[in-house]
Design a protein around this ligand. Structure first.
Ligand code: SF4
Ligand code: SF4
Length: 423
């Protein structure tokens, strides 16, 4: 093995040898399941890394492309009987590619602005975006955005009330039984603001104080997964500082997320003074039976990082959904399979992303459901696109909005929103 090649990837050969090439991971890999080509499989991507480290293959743009075509859903890691640390491997090789072969400018330019999330400039840009999009799009809530890669993604409009929850403590109607921090995450507080508000209202009604911190940015997960560990570290330092300051001042029960990529990043890559919860974990334990909504046939999309990174049980989702006993809950073959969004993956690899999405939408249609429930904002965006492109009879709803519809009374929403104070 040449010293030059060793220096290029610097992966411990034992990490690569942990893969015994059994191929079990191919059964759950979304890219392999649509291409049926070894180069699109986890095993193939690991073998490429091994070949580069052993000096049998040059670290070339073609090799880097194969690694770029991975959604990093981590289903392979989840099923691997040999404990191959696939995320660590991919983050490492992507970092090396960025530093030593060619920086991925598309991902870099897409992710860099998120480091300004929460700053005054970012807030002003969102307000301007909300005014312009209202003028251009009128009442339509989604806008097609065309990327230089040829990808067309359907984004929600930036909202006039973006980031309006920040810097406040929301109070329960009666004596508080505990205090949570809610991390709204980039997409909720900028685009899906009603969902973020519903999360806060549900926790208030369940008897909790909810702190929405100011001064936090994106969790940094997308930066880490794209091979920009330096940007990740910068975001982690900034966010951790805010969390530790709050933990000194208040008795914090935990950090609540509704973004499993963020939740996984907080659990795996941060050092926090309190535990991290996905909202559904709290709902499963504390939510009473839900008032009946419409008699709907409902299916579910389990976000990959909910069970692969946060390592949570998918049955929790089912138990929350069926708290409305009048819904007919149905499942297909692919409820636990990547939707093909994966952040910048869908922008960089539009054709592959669409193949994965189409397969998924066909499976949802086969269930006969009218609605898909999920919890990740990226999945909401991608599945909504799936309803526009492939399955326009289906509707997508965030599980927090589904619960809010059946748990909150119309006349209490205003009262809950008014119960707040500054941090
Ligand atoms: S399941 Fe694990 S050991 Fe088997 S091929 Fe995939 S990564 Fe390698
Ligand atoms: S992380 Fe997902 S897309 Fe990537 S190789 Fe593993 S299963 Fe396939």
């Amino acid at each position: 093995m040449s010293e030059e090649v060793k220096a290029k990837l610097q992966i411990d050969i034992n990490t690569l040898n942990a893969c015994v090439q059994c191929g079990l991971c191919k059964t759950v890999c979304p890219t392999y399941q649509v291409e049926y080509d070894e180069a699109y499989s986890p095993r193939g991507r690991i073998l490429l890394a091994k070949s580069v480290v052993e000096g049998k293959l040059e670290l070339s743009p073609e090799v880097a492309k194969r690694w770029d075509e991975c959604t990093l859903c981590r289903n392979c890691e989840n099923i691997c009987p040999n404990g191959v640390e696939y995320k660590e491997l991919l983050v490492h090789v992507r970092d090396k590619v960025n530093k030593e072969l060619k920086k991925d400018w598309i991902k870099y330019l897409g992710l860099k602005p998120l480091t300004f999330q929460g700053t005054k400039v970012f807030k002003w840009a969102l307000k301007a975006g909300a005014v312009i999009s209202k003028f251009v799009l009128g009442k339509k809530d989604t806008m097609p955005v065309v990327f230089p890669t040829g990808a067309v993604k359907y984004f929600p409009k930036p909202k006039a009330d973006a980031q309006s929850l920040r810097g406040k403590i929301f109070l329960p109607p009666k004596e508080a039984k505990g205090t949570f921090i809610f991390f709204p995450g980039c997409m909720y507080e900028n685009f899906y603001t009603q969902t973020a508000k519903n999360v806060v209202r549900i926790l208030q009604k369940l008897g909790y104080k909810v702190i929405v911190p100011d001064g936090v940015s994106c969790c940094g997960g997308p930066h880490l997964y794209s091979g920009f560990p330096d940007m990740f570290e910068q975001l982690k330092d900034k966010n951790q500082k805010v969390f530790y300051q709050l933990a000194e001042k208040y008795d914090i029960k935990g950090l609540v997320v509704v973004c499993p990529t963020g939740g996984g990043t907080f659990k795996e890559d941060y050092e926090l003074p309190f535990p991290v919860y996905e909202l559904v974990e709290i709902l499963e334990k504390e939510l009473p039976s839900l008032r009946s909504g419409k008699k709907e046939k409902i299916t579910v999309h389990y976000p990959c990082h909910y069970y692969t990174a946060m390592k949570l049980n998918t049955a929790t989702f089912d138990r929350v959904i069926t708290k409305d006993r009048d819904v007919e809950f149905v499942k297909g073959e692919l409820n636990k399979s990547c939707c093909g969004f994966a952040g910048m993956f869908s922008v960089k690899n539009p054709e592959l992303s669409q193949k994965i999405l189409k397969r998924k939408m066909e499976d949802f249609e086969n269930t006969g459901a009218q609605k898909i429930l999920t919890s990740c904002p990226g999945c909401v965006l991608q599945l909504n696109e799936g309803t526009i492109r492939y399955a326009n009879k289906l509707e997508v709803q965030h599980i927090a909005d589904y619960v809010a519809e059946r748990f909150l009374e119309k006349d209490e929403i205003e009262k809950l929103d008014a119960l707040k104070e500054a941090i």
